[in-house]
Ligand binder design. Sequence first.
Ligand code: PEP
Ligand code: MG
Length: 577
Amino acid sequence: MVGIGVVDGIAIQKVFIYDNAPCDEHQREYLGADKETARLFTAIETAKDQLTRTAEKLAREIGSDKAEIIEYQINILCDKVFTDKILRNVESGSACEDAVKTTCTEYYEIFNNLDNDYLQQRKIDIIDIQVRLLDILNGRKSISALGSSTIVAAEDLTPSQVAEMELKSVKGILLEKGGRSSHSVIIAQSFGIPCIIGLRGLLNKLDECGTVIMDGKTGDVIINPPAELLADYRGKLDRETKNKKKLEAYISKAPITPDGVQINVYANIASAAEARMSLENGGEGVGLFRTELLYMGFSETPSREAQFKTYSRIAKDLGSKPLIIRTLDVGGDKEIAYLGIEKEANPFLGYRAIRYCLDHESLFKDQIAAVLQAAKYGNIKLMFPMISTMDELMKAKRLVNETKAELLSQGTEFADIPIGMMMEAPAAALMADAFAQHVDFFSVGTNDLIQYLFAADRNNDKVSHLNSYYHPALFRCVNAICTAALKHEIEIDICGHAGEAPDLIPIWIAMGISGLSVSIPSIPLVKKIICETRAKDARELLDKVLQFNTSGEVKEYLNTINGRMQAYDTGAIGSTQ
Ligand code: PEP
Ligand code: MG
């Protein structure tokens, strides 16, 4: 099969087929009180086990001592009143599945009718518990229980499902759906996990005992390969590993072009563990800390203290290197159940990111306060996502000032920090000149900018040919943003994925960017390309590509002048307008 390769790399492994469709609703046959009781207790113990493992993982990665997201659920599963209720239903003739559903529905109603906001939100935990117990009773494997080295195959994966996986065991991800810039793919990138999307019909063709070869560069998936092909790919994998080893020489190199232009290479991260990984890979700081995962790691909005702990810990780990913390970018494909955001027909065009935060001032101010307080421990900057109008920026800045005044009046220590904004809405890009007068830096989010420029959902594989990094419309747009930033002498980084496309790096350098914030595994390669690119030659290249009309022309040109690098995205050359 051939899909769309979105994270490079070869994997040769057995697959873990992750079935995450909701369990069917049909009633089960009753096996008698003894057998049903035994099934119930086994399921409860398994659920506790899974949750404990996830708690430990989150504590390690997010750095929260309590991993509150699940502590509460473990408590419910240990609660005798809860388990006795299910047991009574079993004893009066219900199969475990029905008994679990009846009890959870009862609890859900109780929580739902409570006056207290905090307790009302616990209904989400009840749903989670019900789903987990039913999955176990139906013999469905948990994503948290992957064996060692495996390729995960699924219809699609939500960011929180990816967060639950033990990523060290995942050697590859294959998705029937998925989008090039979906957040699950972004997490795969951070961990250097090869990934292919758009593999319609894949799950029906797989069997878990067989071996699968996947090539994230070409999008090829070979199920049960013959011995010859297997040997061939083992050779490729070997060369890939050796190439990666060679790149390690760049980990300690300063990214400066041969004609003396310095470009900072930062990392995109979503957790404290990734901040440490980024340093090991030669990152010069964090250009984008996606804080959504931190919020997903809790069963309610993380407190100011919990956030402070994570932010200050990362800031300390980075020392004097910058840490750009982006305020909560919830919405789109990043759902956080406890925030209770209604489902929308067009979530990427809807109530997300700054739009949500400006309506939820206390949540927003808590995050800002935690960032300001943590800023005493390192080189922190604050960044707002999805700004599309000046009113939004002004209101966000006003809330920062109000937060500072509140901290002052409470006698709480904090540090003043630079404030920047993502450039990912076309309206903001068109007004870059005005925005540049009100912020300390821009960071271009090409993942969203491209989807909005081309009106093509970043998660929809059917329109992924439009989500091309190579279209001259994108270059014109980013170039205009850079021109405004340079005119007003503010820093301009790119943190979207197009920023690390190897053959596009000279183009970004020519535009005058100050830094590239990239996925952690890409840091050494990005540094190498910077070290080998003369800024003067890059400017000639930019002049040329700005004259083209299609992404096909751009790719063809880049391929001819630069045989050593291949077009980075796998959309067919010439297929876009
Ligand atoms: C982007 O849109 O390019 C970006 C970096 O933000 P995110 O992918 O988190 O939306
Ligand atoms: Mg974005």
